[in-house]
Write a protein that binds this ligand. Structure first.
Ligand SMILES: [Zn+2]
Length: 291
């Protein structure tokens, strides 16, 4: 009976591709290129640890096999074995819920925000496209990548996303977003990192700052995007609940026609991913050198 229940849980997760894994609304799934690609990647995506630990032997096998394959290309790289949460911002759902912005705060914010959009795609779609490419690139370097979602429909809240990374004791959580502005001339990449108003673990803040700085530098180098700098934030639920290093990349402005068009392209997406990977490699090399 217990096994059956666990099997249902695992199935629900696999089917929905979302960490909360309870809402399945296939009908509204946008018919984009991403949806097709997800099907291939979803099979190899990592599941939350709590489910893995209780799985029977048979269902663990595919993951072991994947690890063998992904560790082959670069066995000595700094990303090998690193637990990295990739968190594509937003998701399609129709829920409204408020949640506290920090464990020590009574101030609340909406748990689900829909994000901005470009000419042809929404931010949620762009974030997922880039996240899936990032997942693949990091897995090729031997990292253990855990996705907060691999599909569009998802009711995972900002707290859920932080707790997901905490439960995994992730080495870092990388949140992917895109910006919007009423002024269509505004463009460029920004890096958001947590401040210390609610997070009391100095190491988390310091590591996030270091990772954010390096990822932003490498992103600007590979993409040529305008550098809008680093912004320290104390008001973000997804940061304040985090017990692991966390950064949020605003990849560019979907409201700027040129940048929107660039970010939609496969070629530019690969450049963005290359920048993020290079930044993470620098960050982990730096940590290693200190130890
Ligand atoms: Zn966003």
């Amino acid at each position: 009976m217990r096994k059956l229940f666990i099997s249902i849980l695992v199935f629900a997760f696999l089917f929905s591709g979302c960490v909360s894994g309870v809402k399945i609304e296939k009908n509204n799934t946008p018919k984009t290129e991403t949806v097709k690609k997800e099907k291939n990647i979803k099979e190899t995506s990592q599941k939350p640890e709590k489910e893995i630990s209780e799985k029977d032997e048979e269902s663990i096998k595919p993951e072991e096999k994947k690890e063998d394959e992904t560790t082959k290309p670069e066995k000595t790289g700094v990303l090998l074995g690193k637990v990295i949460v990739v968190d594509p911002g937003h998701g399609v759902n129709s829920y409204t819920k408020q949640e506290p912005i920090a464990p020590d705060s009574s101030e609340t914010k909406s748990a689900f925000v829909s994000g901005t959009r470009g000419k042809n795609i929404t931010e949620e779609q762009l974030n997922l496209m880039v996240a899936l490419k990032l997942q693949r690139a990091l897995q090729e370097k031997g990292a253990q990548v855990h996705m907060t979602r691999t599909v569009h429909n998802c009711d995972v809240s900002n707290i859920d996303r932080a707790v997901f990374a905490n439960d995994l004791n992730a080495d870092i959580s990388v949140k992917l977003h895109a910006d919007g502005n009423d002024n269509t001339a505004v463009r460029g990449v920004s890096m958001l990192i947590p401040g210390g108003a609610h997070i009391k673990d100095f190491a988390v803040i310091e590591k996030s700052r270091k990772a954010g700085t390096m990822i932003l530098e490498e992103f600007v180098r590979t993409t040529g995007a305008q550098d809008r700098g680093i912004s320290v934030r104390n008001d973000m639920t997804g940061f304040n609940w985090s017990k692991v290093p966390v950064i949020l990349l605003e990849m560019g402005f979907m409201t700027n026609p040129d940048e929107d068009k660039l970010m939609e392209s496969d070629e530019y997406q690969e450049k963005m991913v290359a920048g993020i990977v290079a930044g993470l490699e620098r960050y982990f090399s730096d940590l290693q050198a200190q130890n």
